[in-house]
Design a protein around this ligand. Structure first.
Ligand SMILES: Nc1ncnc2c1ncn2[C@@H]1O[C@H](COP(=O)(O)OP(=O)(O)OP(=O)(O)O)[C@@H](O)[C@H]1O
Ligand SMILES: [Mg+2]
Length: 507
């Protein structure tokens, strides 16, 4: 090469209406480098990557690839220039085999002459080169999220990517899967690929990145090699604050509190994506946070869904505040004071085509709620309410009429949490509450959860993130193959111990 970096973005700006998503951003990627891009929710990371992938056109600024100024009018043009993006919501065809997905759109030979055998061989060769174990004949939709992600990476590499963009790839992975992904990324970098890695988890960033660049409010705040820049400096650059608390959340507990949620020998039928529950028993007391740990797919989703009434119980009992609700529908359970933050905000949490106002007031308009007396001024009342919530939870969006799908990932999550917490639930089922949420917002949201427990709310926290479990929970139960295999007090247990139970190791 000519001594030029693999990629150089200079002065890139992009506005959406009044929002300056990128404001004269500079960013340089070398070949064989893993470069982390970090910043708060709404800082402009995804926007910058979408510009690089040809999805958005910058208002100004330049893109140079290996020293040549390049115009990227479409993803097809980006792919042609060796840029590949692994999307968080994968772009794979679930009914296709792995080999078909990997080679789709890049088949050699004449149209109509697609060779399954050749596709399988190419997929196997590529996987073997990278040390990946994937079955080219497997039907993609039946694979775990982590394996599908690998298929997506293979697909991008098969198209010849030299620059690989990963936007929050670990948000949906377990610690073990994250470890495997990192091995793959290091192998790719060793072959010369330049990798842009976006994550809100700073321990990960410091484990994998050669270089770190921080964006804040659309601007490049700082950039440095991993050895030159400390975690504290990155946190300060991201948030503009030096006092962000990253440790255990302080709460005052009571020892004689009544049970708000009791689950007795609960079993469910098999669902598509998760293990069925097998005789699960647990209790959540008022003011307590019970963490549910486990490798994804071991019944956590089934548990959350059975508790809120989205999955039927085959046997067993659920009691809310001492009253059986096992056969009640979702709405009756909500009326009894059950709040729910679902793990997938795109599928269940938010009306993506609706406005922030609609998302914030959803479920609040029945009965004699806050708005019944406001009928004539209903829409204004809703807007005022939504704007107060946006303010309180520091949601960044143009205003309350912004569409939910125009919000950054973390801001979407804040809205779901705000809506549930502002309902003052007696019991809150919190599934993966801070996936994709930045560290400042996590601190804030944890504070809100702590406040809820001070009011007496009991929380069942389902999280794949052990840091989250350890920062918040009073007790931890571990699910393995749909069963509770351990129940331990947080303060006297270790990550290693929980990790062993998660893997089903009993001795
Ligand atoms: N298509 C769009 N229309 C309107 N506004 C948008 C659009 N895409 C992004 N924005 C706004 O641009 C800003 C930057 O968003 P972006 O998604 O790039 O943030 P991010 O750094 O990726 O955040 P997160 O960590 O939450 O994913 C936000 O204020 C967002 O609401
Ligand atoms: Mg983003």
């Amino acid at each position: 090469m000519n001594g030029e970096p693999l990629l150089r973005l200079s002065g890139v700006s992009k506005a959406f209406g009044a929002v300056k998503a990128n404001d004269a951003v500079d960013f340089t990627l070398e070949s064989a480098q893993i470069h982390a891009l970090v910043g708060e929710n709404g800082a402009g990371k995804t926007t910058l990557m979408r510009i690089l992938y040809g999805v958005h056109q910058p208002d100004s600024g330049t893109i140079e690839i290996a020293g040549c100024q390049t115009h990227l009018p479409s993803p097809a043009a980006a792919i042609e220039n060796g840029i590949g993006m692994v999307h968080q919501h994968f772009m794979l065809v679930p009914s296709f085999t792995v080999a078909e997905n990997v080679t789709l759109g890049a088949e050699s030979g004449k149209p109509g002459l697609y060779s399954a055998a050749r596709a399988a061989k190419r997929t196997l060769d590529l996987a073997a080169r990278l040390g990946l174990a994937v079955d080219p004949e497997a039907i993609t939709g039946t694979l775990t999220v982590a394996t599908q992600q690998k298929v997506e990476i293979l697909k991008v590499l098969h198209r010849g990517a030299r620059i690989l963009i990963l936007d929050e790839p670990t948000a949906v992975l377990t610690p073990q899967e994250t470890h495997e992904l990192f091995t793959l990324l290091r192998n790719l970098a060793a072959e010369g690929t330049g990798i842009i890695f976006i994550s809100h988890k700073l321990p990960e960033v410091f484990a994998i990145a050669d270089r770190i660049t921080v964006l804040r409010q659309g601007r490049t705040i700082t950039t440095g090699g991993r050895g030159e820049i400390s975690t504290e400096a990155v946190v300060a650059a991201m948030t503009g604050r030096s006092d962000v608390h990253l440790g255990r959340v302080k709460r005052s507990g009571r020892s004689d509190a009544p049970a708000v949620l009791e689950v007795k020998e609960l079993s469910t039928d098999r669902t598509v994506s998760d293990s069925p529950l097998d005789q699960v028993s647990l209790t959540v007391y008022a003011g307590e946070i019970l963490g549910v740990a486990g490798v994804e797919g071991n019944g956590q989703t089934a548990l959350a869904e059975a508790l809120v009434g989205l999955t039927a119980a085959r046997s067993g009992v659920i009691l809310l505040g001492g009253e059986p609700v096992t056969d009640d529908n979702v709405r009756r359970r909500r009326d009894r004071g059950l709040g729910f933050v679902p793990e997938d905000r795109h599928l269940q949490g938010l009306p993506l085509h609706g406005s922030v106002t609609e998302a914030t007031v959803a479920g609040r308009l029945r009965g004699t709620g806050r708005f019944a007396t406001l009928a004539p001024a209903l829409s204004r009342g809703r807007r005022v309410w939504a704007e107060a919530v946006m303010d309180k939870y520091a949601v960044t969006a143009a205003d309350s009429s912004a569409r939910c799908d125009s919000l950054s990932g973390g801001n979407q999550q804040k809205i779901v949490l705000a809506r549930e917490l502002e309902d003052n639930p007696a019991c809150l089922v919190l599934a993966q509450p801070t996936r994709g949420v930045d560290i400042g917002a996590i601190e804030f949201l944890y504070g809100k959860v702590a406040e809820a427990t001070h009011r007496g709310c009991g929380v069942l926290l389902v999280s794949a993130d052990l840091d989250e479990i350890f920062r918040l929970s009073d007790r931890i139960v571990v699910l393995f193959k749909g069963r509770v295999v351990a129940e331990l007090p947080t303060l006297t247990t270790t990550r290693e111990e929980i990790g062993r139970h998660m893997m089903g190791v009993t001795a």
